[in-house]
Design a protein around this ligand. Sequence first.
Ligand code: EPU
Length: 422
Amino acid sequence: MDVFRIEGPVRLAGSVNVKGSKNASLPIMACTILACGESSLGAVPNLSDISVFGQLLQNLGCHVKRNAQGQVCINSTVIDNPIGEYEIVRQMRASICILGPLLARCGRAKVSMPGGCAIGDRPVDLHLRGLQELGAKIHLENGYIVAEAPHGLIGKDIFMGGPFGSTVLGTANVMMAATLAKGRTIIESAACEPEIADLANCLNKMGAKIRGIGSPRLVIEGVSQLQPIQYEVIPDRIEAGTFMVAAAISSGELHLKNCRIEDIMAVVDKLRRIGVTVESKGEGCIVARTGTIKPADITTQPYPGFPTDLQAQFMALLSLAQGNSVIVEKVFPDRFMHVAELNRMAANLRKEGPAVIVAGVKKLIAAQVMASDLRASAALVLAGLAAEGTTTVNRVYHIDRGYERIEERLNPLGAKIRRESV
Ligand code: EPU
């Protein structure tokens, strides 16, 4: 198992290229199931989650490879085993987003029911309800979701909001299934995340008829078939936000290339309010901090609100603010595994239900810490950049799921991160 040894404090400066979006790539890879033939996807990041998803598609019967130009080519001519095995789904919950496209393409699908994970229970009831509304018969069998629609799916008006608002992958699943349903589907309270808009744009290029992209009301006219596609996924807004915090926490200045700041305005606004400058530059932006960090109150929300996937990173940053901040988690109310670890680094954080009170401290101090999930581990790396001494982050495989060789990209900017196998 790999660990990171991070020497701090450092100041980061220079340019960094933001990779393609993991969370856009995964459903877009799934949507190739809807067409027969070879699709090729550009800007798909080279991450362990992407390889696992490729394996999932191969098990269905697809051929998946990365070509010399770095594109992921998926040949979905044959799908003869519409089953998402437990062994893969337990490694990556996003595997659930093959359910909708498999059902639409094959008339049946069997996908392991995802369990909980470090960030909460994460039910999939809204995915299943949405597919049932389209006419699927669904039951549970030995831990597997078995979905059947032998005579095809039928368009319907569906409300998809849940107790925590919209669902990203639930919207992806139902939208993908509805592209091949008979008639019109309207999804109300659809997720508006840029990754869902990217998926919808990709589906439309494949021949789907989706309107209202980027809004909470998606209107989908079913078509009889979709074509394979060549498509380039959008830049990763969460990786961009993580690099922005890296610049801010290290009192540095970074030029982020390939970054759409319009996709993270809630984050940019927060940074500006706490004393970090963010200025657009070409296809990216410059992020810099010279003064102190002011405290801020943050509430995570579905898009366009502040993303839960940057909550942990901002907690690391606000730990060093001059004053008290409050962070409320409204998407995954239990997503606070990083709190105890940041406190080991001399942060002063107190959890109160779905909120954390962050009392700013003058400095963070290096410690041994444990990564618990992808974004929590990113927060620990960021804290390590600012902390005095050598921080050891254990279970680095979590960060490798969502950030491509992060140490090789931060070290040229001034970070001192060593990967060691222990
Ligand atoms: N929810 C339900 N029922 C459902 C589905 C969701 O109650 O059927 C609840 C969830 O428990 C949660 C809220 O709705 O409280 C939102 O969950 P959502 O379904 O939107 O999450 P997701 O689609 O499973 C994606 C991202 C996550 C990101 C969330 C929220 C991917 C592969 N995953 O998950 O990304 O945190 O949306 O934005 O796109 C990450 O990249 O580290 C990550 C966890």
